[in-house]
Design a protein around this ligand. Structure first.
Ligand code: CAO
Length: 426
């Protein structure tokens, strides 16, 4: 057993260059020619191999350090046999790799295709030689691997992740593995001013955050939207009566609070709608509380405050809370906690118009109800067409958790509750 210090060998014109990768850890057993570190200059990267075999005892460098010829990289405990073999080329305990060390492997950015594997052309991929070698051994097409390293360099972990992804997606690289969240060409950068006057308006912080969440949810969740309509003729008569009775107090009751109550009844009848998938997608977390998020349109964008314990609140309490929360949202006074802990969301465009739409599930919830504007329709009552006030419902759900049959059962149930609100008391 002998301790060897391994120094940077003659690396030609490379001087004071940055280490971008340390390829070994303390305790690793290495063979002669195993790469120890990768350095990078403006034009190329280079791996420095070990001139000795043994066990790494100390790392003397880290990513970001700058080194030149003669800098100490690692301390290696070499076995007797190895030491004996290495003895002629290693002076005392100090390695002089320039004498007999394996030549560093230099790779330009981008480099020429590797001659060893003409089938895989990695000429455009930005990766170190060891990563290229690793990718070739596994048959991974580096051109499709997204690099997570500095300046987009592909690391060994990126290749492993890519392979894992390919395996789990039945041979098709996932979007992430292909380096593109949608697996399609990026949007073009277009200069619209070539066709006329334009103005650039920055997106608000809420726009950006909402966009990010909606995009994530849209891509991750297999959505299905179930449409239905509820006969709210009687509900509307009752609502108007309540509003007349409360005219002096200034309290206004909209259809939304009844819909919130009907949703809670639906969540109780179909508990799968009141659940979330765990992060691994292996378990359902079922909730025994009933917090409902309501999308509020503000000048800065969409926010979704959460109304807690809707099951325990009256129509009047919910109306008061809805008024307060929407004012808070529009005055930008909502706190993060006001928007957390929801079980199910409602997006009501009923005050604006439209007949139906496909809302995006507000993950980690598994379903969202879109409500459009009610209007009077001729409905066949068995003997004649009668004018009834019909409320359009659009339920989007996560198809990993909810089957189509349950989707239809849920909207049918909602329609039944809203059609006869006495049932909400039962
Ligand atoms: N059909 C017909 N009329 C409806 C209705 C419906 N489904 N829902 C509400 N209305 C009526 C209300 O009764 C009210 O009428 P009056 O002024 O005559 O009393 C009027 O429309 C306005 O209602 P409102 O929108 O102020 O109140 P609300 O309780 O229905 O909704 C809120 C409150 C905060 C949800 C709403 O103001 C809002 O911001 N909606 C937009 C949500 C949104 O942008 N969703 C899209 C998100 S993307 O998925």
């Amino acid at each position: 057993m002998a301790i060897q210090e391994v120094l940077v060998p003659d690396i030609g014109s490379f001087k004071d260059v940055e280490i971008i990768e340390v390829l070994v850890s303390v305790g690793d057993t290495i063979a002669v020619e195993d790469s120890l570190i990768t350095i990078e200059s403006d034009k190329s990267s280079m791996e420095i191999p070990s001139p000795v075999a043994g066990v790494i005892k100390e790392l003397k460098v880290k990513v970001g350090d700058r080194i030149s010829e003669g800098s100490l990289m690692v301390v290696v405990e070499v076995g007797d046999a190895v030491a004996a073999v290495a003895a002629p080329v290693i002076a005392a305990s100090v390695t002089k790799p320039e004498i007999a060390a394996p030549a560093p492997v230099v790779e330009s950015k981008p480099a020429a295709p590797a001659p060893a594997t003409p089938k895989l052309d990695f000429s455009k991929a930005y990766a170190t030689p060891s990563v290229r070698k690793f990718a070739r051994e596994l048959g991974a097409d580096l051109n499709k691997v997204k690099g997570s390293g500095r300046k987009g360099r592909i690391t060994q972990d990126d290749v492993k992740g890519f392979i894992k992804d390919v395996m789990s997606f039945g041979g098709m690289p996932s979007a992430a593995a292909s380096g593109n969240t949608l697996g399609v060409a990026p949007m073009p950068d277009i200069d619209f001013s070539q066709w006329g006057a334009v103005e650039t308006v920055p997106l608000s912080r809420i726009n950006k955050l909402t966009g990010e969440f909606l995009h994530r949810n849209w891509v991750h969740i297999p959505h299905v939207t179930q449409f239905d309509q509820a006969d709210i003729t009687d509900l509307e008569a009752f609502r108007k009566q309540l509003n007349e009775e409360n005219a002096k107090s200034g309290m206004k009751i909209t259809p939304l609070v009844f819909i919130m109550k009907a949703v809670v009844a639906g969540l109780k009848a179909y508990p799968r709608f009141n659940s979330s998938l765990d992060a691994k997608g292996e378990n359902l977390i079922r909730k025994s509380y009933y917090n409902i998020g309501v999308a509020v349109d503000t000048p800065d964008g969409l926010v979704v405050p959460v109304f807690r314990d809707v099951d325990k609140k009256s129509i009047m309490q919910l109306s008061e809370e809805l008024k307060e929360m929407s004012a808070k949202a529009r005055d930008k006074k909502l706190k993060p906690a006001d928007m957390q802990g929801g079980c199910f969301s409602i997006s009501s465009l009923g005050g604006i118009g439209g007949t139906k739409f496909t809302p995006i599930v507000n993950a980690p919830e598994v379903a969202i109800l879109g409500v459009s504007k009610s209007d009077i329709q001729p409905i066949w009552n068995g003997t004649e067409f009668a004018p009834r006030l019909m409320l359009p419902l659009s339920l989007s759900y996560d198809h990993r958790v909810i089957d189509g049959a349950d989707g239809a059962r849920f909207t049918t149930y909602l329609a039944k509750m809203l059609g006869d609100i006495r049932r909400l008391l039962v």
